[in-house]
Design a binder for this molecule. Structure first.
Ligand code: SF4
Ligand code: SF4
Length: 160
């Protein structure tokens, strides 16, 4: 299954320390520097999202959010207002390796990095702690296989 983003905004919520606007070039275009890699990109606010640009309320919740992150009050989604021209690091980013849904088709959790569970559902968290957290398998592919089998056996659907 291809990666899909549910637009929660979590991955961009601390990126204000990384992406620094170096220059406002006018017309909704900005020169952005990555403080850590030194890469520079020109980004441009998507015309369809420019209405969100002045609304900076998201920084009350996430003071360190990327300067281009906004919450759309109509949809409740958190969006990148320069999505079409966002830096390469953002284009390549995938926040999960395994996506776990419960029997109702609702996201129950995500496995991030190698073995970290970000749980949305306390039942999955409890199942994980009881049955998965203690697995001592060094090979990540074999670990994935075991974990997927256990989760499926418990009624979850797993995408990867
Ligand atoms: S990439 Fe992941 S963390 Fe980032 S907005 Fe999408 S679902 Fe949320
Ligand atoms: S440019 Fe967009 S995708 Fe990249 S960190 Fe900022 S808000 Fe997120």
């Amino acid at each position: 299954m291809p990666f899909f983003c549910i637009r929660c905004g979590e991955c961009c919520s601390q990126m204000g320390d990384v992406h620094v606007v170096e220059e406002d070039r006018g017309g909704g275009r900005f020169l952005v520097a990555n403080r850590y890699t030194g890469e520079r990109d020109e980004v441009e606010i998507d015309p369809a999202l420019s209405r969100l640009s002045p609304d900076r309320r998201i920084f009350e919740r996430w003071p360190m959010a990327c300067p281009f992150l906004r919450e759309d009050p109509e949809s409740g989604e958190v969006v990148c207002i320069v999505h079409r021209t966002r830096p390469e690091i953002c284009q390549e980013y995938r926040c999960w390796r395994l996506l776990v849904q419960n029997a109702a088709g609702v996201r129950a959790g995500r496995v991030m990095e190698r073995r970290h569970l970000a749980a949305d559902d306390p039942a999955l968290k409890a199942f994980w702690e009881e049955n998965i957290a203690g697995i001592r398998e060094g090979d990540i592919d074999r670990w994935d296989e075991q974990v997927i089998l256990l989760l499926k056996g418990a009624g979850y659907t797993v995408y990867w």
